[in-house]
Every structure is written in structure tokens, then in C-alpha cells.
Design a protein around this ligand. Structure first.
Ligand code: GA4
Length: 331
């Protein structure tokens, strides 16, 4: 008989990647939603970074902290309570695993579809086990983020000089819009000797497949974005502001003019990070293609034709860090 000297159990810590924290970047574009120049500045930021910080967005701090408190209450429940609403399929509670293809991170999360009918079973279970105030905080928050997302998309249409100004926002407003919402908790990561000056990766590098994402975090930093030159920079946290992330679909709809930004999150060694993200997506049947009103004469699409449902199917077959748009680019 063969006797194994080591139990055949993989330590999850050994699978999670580590990363050296990078210097804080002071060059993140900051856009005031009430600035008359916002439409121009916003397009410029999306072309250059695919990312910006939105201030004066009109969502009061206590509205955001109300959900943050509820999220913390949920993440403080016992592991067995939380596991009752997992594993994510893709909706529900997940811990350390991200997506169905072996990605892992120092994170636990709740992932929901914003259309309650789609994930009603899991969602109901999540909220049944928690006070009613959690459900209403999530619903109110999603609806506020959807409004902000739509306002930003309308300004983007204005800034690009395309009409009607709801060409993009109508996709999020559609009752069949396939939008997601995610509450992430990155617990403090252990200071393992072997990590010497490195942090555990909470959420590995990726781009968001949707049109636009609206992110808010507590005061713990950790988010990093990849600049055009390939360097990674740390985004200083700001719990009062919202951060806007251009997704793959918006890159395609603008024929590459706006870029979907690669980003990742490092866990902090001392403090918990809580982030909440609304991912604005189109209806499943929507064709994702460059907007006709944006194309110059003779300009050709850089991408093959595909629907959001096809793109999502392909995304869920990929690993987090894969370049998902590659499969849809014209040769
Ligand atoms: C990245 C953006 C969103 O968080 C998300 C993620 C999704 C998941 O966690 O279920 C994915 C990831 C995200 C892209 C590739 C696939 C799908 C995990 C994964 C490996 C909810 C989304 O829409 O795409």
C-alpha cells in the first residue's frame, strides 16, 4: 500500500498569486458631473485610461455607507451561513474562487443579476436569511448606480457627437438589460514571511465584459489599473467618489475609440476592503457592434459580429486574465 506523507489537500493560499504594491498614481482623471465640460473630459478619460473618478455625482455618502454596513453584516456571518447562498452559479456567494475556470483570489463576494427574476431563487435565499433592510439597501443602491451609469453614457454620447443621446443608456434602461451587481469583501491578507513585501491578489487582472461599470469602495485602497504603456498604478481610494470603468462592449461599440481598462485588486495586509460594483450590460439578444452614427465614411468594424449572449458565453469559458475580445477581432 502506498502511504502519502502529505495529505492531498491543496492550501488555497499557495494558489493565490501575490504582487508588489505599486506607487500611488495621482494622474487619475477626476470628472465633476456638474461641470459643463464634463462630456468632453469624460470622452478624453475613456480614450486615454478607460477609467476615471466621478465626483459631484449626487449620491449621498450615507446612502452608500448604508449598503456598506449591510454588506459587512453579511460577510460577518459564519462561513456555514454564507455558504448556504453559494456556490456562485454564477450568482450567489463565493469565497476564493472566481468564475468557473479555476481562478482564485483573496476575496469573498455576493454576485447578483440586477433583474430579480433571473436569479430569484438564490437572491431570495440571500435576503431571506438577512434583514429586509439588506434587500432594500441593495435595490436602492442598484437603481442609483444605474442612473449614474446612464447619465455617464448619455454624456459620452454627447461628447462623441452621436445621436440620439440614449443610444447607449437605453441598453441599461431596457427591462431585459443583463446587468450585474457585486459586493466584494477583501479580508486583510496574512503577512506571511515568504510574501516579504508582497500582497495577495484579491481579484486578478481582467477587463469587464459589459458596457460600463460603476465602482465604489470603502477607505481601503487596493484597486490598480493598467495604463496604455502596460504599467500598473494604484488608485487612491475615495469613499465619497464613484469610479467608472469602460467595459469590452463599449470598446466594441465605439470601434476601439474608448478602451476597456485592465484592472485588478490587491488585498491590504491590515484592513478590509469592501467594494460594490454595478456592471451595466445590454439585453442578451443585443448585437454588439460599432454604432453606425460614430463610423466615419469607409471605416470598417474592427470586430466580427456577435451578440451579448455570445460574448458572455465565451467570457464564461475564459480565464480571468484572458484577452477575451481577441476571439472577436477581425484578422
Ligand atoms: C469580470 C467582471 C465581473 O466581475 C463579472 C466577472 C465574472 C464572474 O466573476 O462570474 C467572470 C469575469 C467577470 C470575466 C471572465 C469570467 C466571468 C469570471 C470569469 C472567469 C461578474 C463579469 O461579468 O465578468
Amino acid at each position: 500500500m502506498v502511504v502519502l506523507s502529505q495529505p492531498a489537500v491543496l492550501d488555497p493560499l499557495s494558489l493565490i498569486k501575490t504582487c508588489k504594491p505599486t506607487s500611488v498614481f495621482t494622474g487619475i482623471p477626476e470628472i465633476d458631473l456638474t461641470d459643463p465640460e464634463a462630456k468632453t473630459l469624460l470622452v478624453k478619460a475613456c480614450e486615454e485610461f478607460g477609467f476615471f473618478k466621478l465626483v459631484n455625482h449626487g449620491v449621498p455618502l450615507n446612502f452608500m455607507t448604508r449598503l456598506e454596513e449591510q454588506a459587512l453584516n453579511f460577510f460577518t456571518l459564519s462561513q456555514s451561513e454564507k455558504d448556504k447562498v453559494g456556490p456562485p452559479d454564477p450568482f450567489g456567494y463565493g469565497s476564493k474562487t472566481i468564475g468557473p475556470n479555476g481562478d482564485v483570489g483573496w476575496i469573498e463576494y455576493l454576485l447578483l443579476n440586477t433583474n430579480p427574476q433571473i436569479n430569484s431563487h438564490k437572491t431570495l435565499a440571500i435576503f431571506r436569511a438577512n434583514p429586509e433592510i439588506f434587500r432594500s439597501a441593495v435595490e436602492d443602491y442598484i437603481s442609483a448606480m444605474k442612473s449614474v451609469g446612464c447619465e455617464v453614457l448619455e454624456l459620452i454620447a454627447d461628447g462623441l457627437g452621436i445621436e440620439p443621446r440614449n443610444v447607449l443608456s437605453r441598453l441599461l434602461k431596457d427591462e431585459k438589460s443583463d446587468s450585474y451587481f457585486r459586493l466584494n469583501h477583501y479580508p486583510p491578507c496574512p503577512e506571511l514571511q515568504a510574501l516579504s513585501g508582497r500582497n495577495l491578489v484579491g481579484f486578478g487582472e481582467h477587463t469587464d465584459p459589459q458596457i460600463i461599470s460603476v465602482l465604489r469602495s470603502n477607505t481601503t485602497s487596493g484597486l490598480q489599473i493598467c495604463l496604455k504603456d502596460g504599467s500598473w498604478v494604484a488608485v487612491p481610494s475615495d469613499p465619497y467618489s464613484l469610479f467608472i470603468i469602460v467595459g469590452d462592449s463599449l470598446q466594441v461599440m465605439t470601434n476601439g475609440r474608448l478602451r476597456s481598462v485592465k484592472h485588478r485588486v490587491l488585498a491590504d495586509t491590515k484592513r478590509s476592503r469592501i467594494s460594490m460594483i454595478y456592471f451595466g450590460g445590454p439585453p442578451l439578444s443585443e448585437k454588439i457592434a460599432p454604432l453606425a452614427s460614430l463610423m466615419e465614411e469607409g471605416e470598417e468594424s474592427l470586430y466580427k459580429e456577435f451578440s451579448w449572449s455570445e460574448y458572455k458565453k465565451s467570457a464564461y469559458k475564459s480565464r480571468l486574465a484572458d484577452y477575451r475580445l481577441g476571439l472577436f477581432e477581425k484578422p
